[in-house]
Design a protein around this ligand. Structure first.
Ligand SMILES: [Zn+2]
Ligand SMILES: [Zn+2]
Length: 658
């Protein structure tokens, strides 16, 4: 699990906790998506059966969620028997209602791999925006869902061969019959504007019927033709329903799921990433409508996550892992929850950087929130030991009421950043109150008056703990404990409890700061880990040696322009420890190239030397510099990481290899 995953899980969990504080009866379900080509291609790459692969990830997720305070009422998988059964029931119902029909379809086939190429097994050109796209989605371009057979110039994603088309009978869902319904649905559905607007745009472009079967041996078998499986985007959302069924069984009320999914009952709210809006705003409501189930009341789509302002990319090193980079460093999960919710509005892209993270913790959480609570509790403990006598200041009472109204609005608008903003605002009110009343002076002159100030400070601390609870449940518990609420669970409090006055005489327990600063050494270590990962990816861009199992033709070999080049100058690339910029005389011209050899060779050692270069490698930006060509080096067979250039000392630049 990496930080990108939390963009949706954390706000959804905060939302659920906040609803419960508003006395709403909520069931929170989700599950692992196990079918389709994403799982199958990964399993094939790992050389394990798909079930083994998804089980491993599923366990990892199940173990990680509670460590982040994300508590589902049920988290199953789309491969569970309940989901297979519910999918077959819904597909059967759609068929009975006349929404499914067979049709001959031409799909790509690879003669080299001897297999059909559904979805991710094929790449080609997006017919809409012409970006490089995979078979079922324009993943690098416009984000559209693509029907099988739609990508232009298809090629096999496994071996790169061009494909030919084969014809087979497939099954279609009559999406076009739902056009008017969807227009109406999208006008009425609640949630975030991004989801509704994108989806309405697609409806206005015109819908096409949807191919819901795949020539694939992994997934739920299509009942009328066992050589086909049901497309993953049919059974994946159905798991929301079957996950609710699993929860109902677990609590011993097997029909309880119906109160959400049968029409006229509870409200369904989907928290999704904006990359899957099409599936949730178009396919899913049409399927529910066509099979007679309840429709989503709201669709809430989050923006994506960037790492240091770069698009998330594992292969380029722009990734932050939850375990390795965060939990294993001893960082409190609540700080990350706070960051994920407070950084920006829900529909915007969230940028993650450890510098910004440390600022959030040190300035907002420690400086404003933690500071007030620590001062209030510490001072009370020191001078009174217990909650002193007092009456609530009407101005503070008004501020607390305002906070309650603001966070109810936040929940109704699906904008949870407002909850964080409100916590900070109320904490600032507390700091100003404390500062202006100066109880440290008052206590020497009028102890009862000082007691009244501290009583109010405790009222505010208590309100702040309740307000912070949906976002930072561990920290809220710690404050609750210090406030002396033995045997009472802060997670069961509701927003109105923010106005309940603390019992006079309750013992304050050993106050200490509930949030600690991220110290500079740890911050530097966290940043260095990410730096190293990005650098390593840059170096491997230079071309890792791969042992080729396949022969290439002599024609293919002849396309390589390999020749002697003389390094005429060399300099370090600023801020990139492993990279050197070299100017290379290749006989016909002097080329700029970037090499990852800095760890083994200094510029002094390279300057003036002649080595073998590949000169017709396509130009690429490495470390911000356009590199055109590559020095060839061999990796020492017994010393991994030791690279030796193919030296050609004394050979004139431009001499060609053949
Ligand atoms: Zn192939
Ligand atoms: Zn596109």
């Amino acid at each position: 699990m990496h930080i990108g995953h939390l963009r949706t899980y954390v706000p959804a969990d905060v939302f659920v906790r906040l609803l419960r504080k508003m006395r709403v009866d909520v069931t929170f379900v989700c599950g692992s998506d196990t079918h389709g080509t994403p799982v199958l291609t990964s399993a094939e790459a790992a050389g394990v059966p798909p079930k083994e692969l998804y089980s491993k990830y599923h366990r990892h997720y199940l173990e990680t969620f509670p460590k982040l305070g994300i508590v589902f009422d049920n988290y199953g998988t789309t491969d569970d028997p309940e989901n297979v059964e519910r999918t077959l029931q819904i597909v059967g119902e759609l068929k009975k209602n006349g929404y499914i029909y067979p049709k001959q379809l031409e799909t790509p086939y690879c003669d080299h791999c001897k297999r059909s190429l559904p979805d991710r097994y094929v790449r080609g050109e997006c017919p809409y925006c012409h970006a490089d796209a995979r078979g079922d989605e324009c993943d690098q371009g416009c984000g559209r869902y693509l029907e099988p057979g739609e990508v232009l110039n298809p090629r096999c994603a496994i071996c790169g061969s061009p494909t030919r088309l084969i014809t087979k009978e497939h099954y279609y869902f009559k999406l076009t019959a739902f056009e008017d319904f969807l227009r109406d649905f999208l006008t009425k559905v609640d949630g975030t504007k991004n989801a509704k607007n994108y989806a309405m745009g697609w409806v206005n472009e015109g819908l096409r019927d949807w191919n819901i079967t795949r020539d694939l041996d992994w997934g739920i078998k299509y009942p009328d033709d066992p050589t086909l499986t049901i497309y993953v985007w049919v059974d994946a959302p159905i798991h929301y329903m079957s996950s609710t069924e699993q929860w109902a069984k677990k609590i011993g009320k097997p029909n309880e799921w119906e109160k959400f999914w049968k029409p006229g009952n509870g409200k369904l709210v989907h928290f999704i990433g904006q990359d899957i809006v099409y599936h949730h705003c178009i396919f899913w409501p049409a399927m529910l409508k066509g099979s007679g189930y309840n429709l989503p009341a709201a669709i809430v789509a989050s923006g994506m996550v960037k790492i240091r302002n770069h698009n998330f990319s594992r292969s380029r090193g722009y990734v932050v892992w939850i375990h390795d980079d965060y939990l294993d460093k001893g960082l409190n999960p609540d700080y990350l929850r706070y960051y994920m919710v407070s950084f920006t509005g829900h529909t915007r892209d969230l940028d993650f950087a450890f510098d910004a993270f440390a600022d959030k913790v040190n300035i907002e959480l420690v400086g404003t929130f933690g500071n007030f609570i620590y001062r209030a509790l510490h001072f009370t403990k020191k001078h009174f030991g217990v909650v002193p006598e007092g009456t609530i200041d009407p101005q503070l009472e008004t501020e607390i009421k305002r906070s309650i109204e603001t966070v109810i609005d936040a929940a109704n608008e699906y904008e949870l950043k407002k909850v964080c903003d409100e916590v900070l605002r109320l904490a600032s009110v507390g700091n100003e109150y404390f500062q202006s009343k100066a109880p440290w002076i008052l206590v020497k002159e009028d102890k009862a008056a000082a007691g009244n100030v501290l009583f109010n400070a405790i009222v505010l601390s208590r309100a702040l703990a309740i307000l912070m609870d949906p976002i930072m449940p561990n920290i809220a518990e710690a404050i609750w404990h210090q406030l002396g609420y033995e045997g009472s669970d802060i997670h069961n409090t509701v927003l109105d409890d923010m106005l309940t006055l603390p019992a006079i005489g309750t013992e304050i327990r050993d106050p200490r700061p509930v949030i600690s600063k991220i110290d500079d050494d740890l911050l530097n270590e966290l940043k260095a880990n990410i730096d190293a990962r990005i650098r390593a990816a840059e170096v491997s861009d230079r071309g890792e040696p791969t042992v080729s199992k396949e022969n290439i033709t002599f024609e293919e070999f002849k396309r390589l322009d390999l020749r002697a080049g003389k390094i005429v100058s060399c300099e370090k690339v600023p801020k990139k420890d492993r990279l050197l910029k070299i100017e290379v005389d290749i006989g016909t011209e002097v080329r700029t190239m970037v090499t990852g050899l800095a760890e083994m060779y200094s510029c002094d050692e390279l300057s003036g030397k002649t080595a073998l270069f590949l000169t017709n490698l396509e130009p690429k930006k490495i470390g911000g510099i356009e590199s055109h060509g590559m020095i060839l080096a061999v990796e020492h067979a017994n010393e991994k990481g030791k690279w030796i250039p193919v030296w050609l000392d004394g050979v004139p630049p431009g001499s060609k290899a053949a």
